[in-house]
Design a protein around this ligand. Structure first.
Ligand SMILES: [Cu+2]
Length: 261
């Protein structure tokens, strides 16, 4: 082989490697789209033995001062609010609890499959704010994003395990319907038009999750008895885990606690 030919062969090999890499990326993106292989028959939970986790997310310390959202640059949004709207990064409740915490079974359900969800999860845009701020959705369940505002939004979830998308939505436009193929806690959602808009989507493989509201309470029902790891996620304070053992028909109380400044 002449020097020239060797050089050419090396160049072709390099090209092939480069092409291979490109193909790999494509494959990876396609894998994000596809649902993981089904893992067998649906697990039936006997209501006579099913257990419940109930509890609350308490909040200690001082909540950061409420920050109004500055919408001055967008009169279409500002005009929708008679009084200022506040950033929802930390919503502390009057009873010493925390709202917008996503609580879910993180481990203990491996190998089990549950009846797919039949109704969509709704996410709306009202007054240039996502409502609700935190939601949960099952893999393969429909997420329906609507726009109740007289202004255009651009819905842009930023997942790592799932396929990223962003889509413009005209005023009171048709709902955008999407699904997520893989579990991911959490996916941040932004709007490419309004920088303050944020919501979070927890994608899980099963129906055992809850989001705390203005009482800080949560309830997860219909679990098979067993050992579980429960995780609570908050956008500013991070995550906390607890092990729970559920006896037959038991109701187990769990309390998470996050601390402010
Ligand atoms: Cu927007």
């Amino acid at each position: 082989m002449t020097y020239q030919k060797m050089f050419t062969a090396a160049a072709i090999a390099a090209l092939l490697v480069a092409a291979g890499c490109g193909g790999g990326e494509k494959k990876e993106e396609a894998a994000k789209e596809a649902a993981p292989a089904a893992g067998g028959p649906v697990t039936k939970v006997d209501p006579a033995t099913a257990a419940t986790i109930t509890g609350k997310v308490s909040f200690a310390g001082k909540a950061p001062a409420k920050r109004p959202i500055l919408m001055d640059a967008e009169p279409d949004c500002k005009g929708l609010h008679a009084t200022p709207a506040y950033v929802e990064e930390v919503v502390a409740n009057a009873n010493g609890t925390l709202a917008n915490v996503f609580v879910y079974v993180k481990a203990g359900l491996e190998g089990k499959n549950f009846e797919p969800a039949s109704t969509p999860v709704m996410l709306d845009q009202q007054g240039c704010i996502y409502k609700p701020h935190v939601i949960g959705v099952r893999i393969g369940q429909k997420l329906s994003v609507s726009n109740s505002d007289p202004t255009t939004h651009n819905v842009h979830p930023m997942p790592k395990a799932n396929r990223e998308w962003n889509q413009s939505q005209p005023p009171k436009g048709q709902p955008i319907e999407k699904e997520f193929a893989r579990p991911e806690v959490m996916i941040a959602v932004k709007c490419n038009v309004h920088p303050w808009m944020r919501s979070y989507i927890g994608v899980v493989e099963h129906p055992f999750y809850a989001v705390t509201g203005d009482t800080g309470a949560f309830e997860i029902k219909g679990l098979p008895p067993g050992d579980y790891t429960l995780e609570a996620w908050h956008e500013k304070f991070g995550t906390a885990e607890q092990k729970v053992t559920l006896a037959t028909s038991a109701t187990q109380t769990v309390e998470f606690s996050f601390k402010g400044e």
